[in-house]
Ligand binder design. Structure first.
Ligand code: HEC
Ligand code: HEC
Ligand code: HEC
Ligand code: HEC
Length: 472
């Protein structure tokens, strides 16, 4: 969610700067991170999904593919989302079991400058029943859908785009079977931002999971309907390498190295091989070039969504508003839920006691800890207005694992920090009888539960341990 306002800014900037006819699309999988929603997170996931759609509306998207995880909250919720969207959600292979017809829009057409473009959506067809348990629909394999669809669309389109949440392997197969599909944009979650690659006559591109990057692809579509192959790029590389080899040979000659010298012979051999490769590439390029027609080219760039990038003001408002709604919903549910957990009165069997208790015997350590950022971790969320946000709380309080967030929402103040017991383990027994029950010294794996890449990209156990002051 956080990156949306950055993306909004970047999209607007590119449109304003270049003033080119454009298409703004997404491979899909934007609503939810996973196909399984934790029951304790459903309400907040819904609010987030609606916020994302509002942001995409503002950013002026044309179409988004439907991925499995977009359906994670059920068909009714998704249909509601489709209603709220100003862009089109595409899937050609989610079909009704009764009629065999697509349940959602299979494809749309857009005129981009002079180019008639068709955009198709395909949904990952692994385990269709896992996503659509009670609905009268199923996810068909692409093999059953694409032949007719591509055949029909290619009659009226100059350019066909596929938004796909299939695997890379399947996308490559599609590229080889359907040269009429010119561009495949994937949202396959295992891919990080992938350099575009040509497969037969299809360009394959991906966007990274959960919008870490925004990809920009500038296409000059030629009259031949064919991509210029990377062979030209390779050719430049090979010619450069031949130059380098010839330079080495000249140098050896200058030094009057005898021709039978191993190095001399080695370079001669390399020069022959590279020359052979060059003439083969030249032949290929000649074959590829349709008579009197121009080939198509592309240029691509990925923009990382960094904290330091500027924001799109209107999208940023949506992001803030969504966070506020999530916090309010969390607060309401914390008041409803867990009546067993009254503030300040923990359940009998709860093994944590809170930092104040520890401080009675370990005053020095407590003093050191109070000066650390761990002691203010919950206040950080309060300042952000996100202390009831279920996706934040588990790492900013003590004694809670992911999945028990509703409990976390009702913790007493002495556990509303990254307290002693996050690192040393629950301390009720030890506090009652320190001689019999000892406390553990934390290892790296404890820190990594929270200091994950996504929240702390520079964690270094030895160095970060130094900053803690328990041993003072
Ligand atoms: C009633 C006093 C008391 C309370 C309360 C108490 N401790 Fe201790 N703690 C001790 C004593 C005494 C020792 C030394 C035990 C020993 O050496 O056998 C100790 C040892 C430790 C050690 C060192 C273990 C080691 O082997 O180096 C840690 C860590 C520790 N306590 C953490 C905590 C934490 C965290 C809390 C709160 C949950 C806590 N203590 C509460 C008295 C207390
Ligand atoms: C329960 C989650 C959690 C665990 C476990 C945890 N941390 Fe943290 N840590 C945090 C949070 C949250 C912050 C930021 C608090 C804030 O600023 O609001 C933080 C901040 C820090 C900081 C301050 C960062 C800075 O640059 O000043 C250091 C250092 C640190 N942690 C080290 C560790 C080490 C070492 C461990 C393991 C021994 C550890 N943490 C275990 C959640 C955790
Ligand atoms: C997986 C654990 C985890 C989750 C979940 C988590 N955080 Fe944190 N957070 C951390 C850690 C670790 C740090 C300390 C990072 C560092 O060392 O700078 C931190 C630091 C922070 C900081 C201080 C960062 C700074 O640059 O000053 C803020 C603000 C914050 N988190 C807010 C949130 C919010 C809001 C959420 C929920 C949307 C959240 N966190 C969810 C682990 C987490
Ligand atoms: C972020 C993790 C973390 C938190 C939070 C934390 N500690 Fe520690 N504590 C450690 C680590 C790591 C060590 C071992 C230090 C070392 O080996 O250098 C330690 C050591 C100790 C020791 C043994 C002291 C000694 O001199 O050997 C005591 C006692 C202790 N902590 C008590 C506490 C108390 C009390 C709190 C809360 C007020 C607390 N710790 C909070 C990580 C933590």
């Amino acid at each position: 969610m956080g990156g949306l306002s950055k993306k909004g800014y970047q999209i607007k900037k590119l449109r304003d700067e270049h003033q080119l006819p454009h298409l703004t699309v997404d491979g899909g999988g934007l609503l939810f991170k996973d196909t399984n929603l934790l029951p304790s997170r459903v309400e907040q996931a819904q609010i987030t999904a609606e916020g994302i759609v509002q942001a995409y509306n503002i950013m002026g998207y044309d179409a988004v593919g439907i991925a499995r995880q977009d359906l994670a909250n059920g068909l009714d919720f998704f249909k509601n989302i489709v209603e709220q969207s100003k862009f089109t959600w595409l899937s050609a292979n989610i079909v009704s079991k009764l009629t065999g017809k697509p349940v959602f829009t299979p494809s749309i057409s857009r005129r981009i400058g002079e180019i008639n473009t068709a955009i198709i959506g395909l949904t990952d067809d692994r385990q269709p029943s896992a996503i659509t348990p009670d609905a009268n629909m199923t996810i068909e394999p692409w093999q059953n859908i694409l032949p007719t669809l591509v055949h029909n669309l290619s009659r009226e389109s100059d350019f066909i785009v596929l938004l796909s949440s299939l695997t890379l392997k399947q996308n490559i197969e599609i590229a080889n079977k359907f040269p009429a599909i010119n561009l495949i944009i994937t949202s396959e979650p295992n891919n990080s931002a992938m350099k575009p690659r040509l497969e037969n006559n299809t360009l394959l591109c991906s966007s990274a999971k959960q919008g870490k990057y925004f990809g920009w692809l500038q296409i000059k579509w030629g009259t031949s309907g064919k991509w210029e192959h990377a062979s030209s790029e390779l050719m430049v590389e090979k010619k450069n390498s031949l130059d380098r080899i010839n330079w080495q040979l000249k140098r050896l000659e200058k030094n009057q190295t005898p021709k039978e010298d191993d190095r001399y012979q080695g370079f001669i051999k390399m020069a022959e091989e590279v020359s052979k490769e060059i003439s083969m590439l030249e032949k290929m390029a000649e074959l590829e070039k349709p008579q009197g027609k121009t080939l198509s080219t592309y240029k691509n760039q990925y923009f990382p969504m960094q904290i330091s990038s500027p924001d799109h003001e209107e999208v940023l408002k949506i992001v803030h508003e969504t966070k506020r709604k999530i916090n309010l919903a969390g607060k309401a549910s914390s008041q409803k839920a867990d009546t067993s957990v009254n503030k300040n009165i923990l359940p009998e069997d709860f093994a944590y006691v809170g930092w104040l208790k520890c401080s009675t015997c370990h005053a020095n350590q407590a003093k050191g800890w109070q000066d650390s950022r761990h002691a203010g971790a919950y206040m950080t969320l309060v300042r952000k207005g996100q202390q009831f946000d279920r996706s934040c709380i588990a790492c900013h309080v003590t004694g809670i694992e992911t999945g028990a967030e509703s409990f976390a929402l009702a913790l007493p103040p002495t556990l509303q920090q990254v307290g002693c017991e996050t690192c040393h383990g629950p301390g009720k027994k030890h506090s009652g009888n320190p001689k019999e029950f000892n406390m553990a010294s934390p290892n790296e794996s404890i820190c990594l539960r929270c200091h994950q890449q996504e929240h702390d990209d520079s964690f270094d156990f030895a160095q970060d341990l130094e900053k803690l002051r328990c041993t003072h």
